[in-house]
Design a protein. Structure first.
Length: 74
C-alpha cells in the first residue's frame, strides 16, 4: 500500500523489516514465533496454530509487493 500511495520511504522500511525475517532459503515463516494461535480450532478440536516453518502465503505477498503487483486491481 505504501507504494500505491507514493510513500517510498515507508515502503522501503517495511520491505527491509520483512527481509529481516526472511529465511535462509528465501521463503518467509508463517509466524515469527512458534505456536501462534489463529483463534480458531481444527476439526478435531485442537487449536489451529502457526509456526516458524516456511509458508507460501507470506512469501507470495512479499514477492507481489517487491514486484509492485496489486492483486486487488488485477
Amino acid at each position: 500500500m505504501y507504494r500505491v500511495i507514493d510513500k517510498s520511504e515507508e515502503y522501503r522500511q517495511a520491505m527491509d523489516a520483512l527481509a529481516s525475517i526472511q529465511l535462509e532459503n528465501g521463503l518467509f515463516p508463517a509466524a515469527t514465533v512458534d505456536n501462534l494461535s489463529t483463534g480458531m480450532d481444527l476439526f478435531d478440536g485442537s487449536p489451529w496454530e502457526y509456526s516458524t516453518d516456511a509458508h507460501i502465503a507470506p512469501t507470495a505477498w512479499f514477492v507481489m509487493a517487491a514486484n509492485g503487483f496489486n492483486p486487488y486491481v488485477y
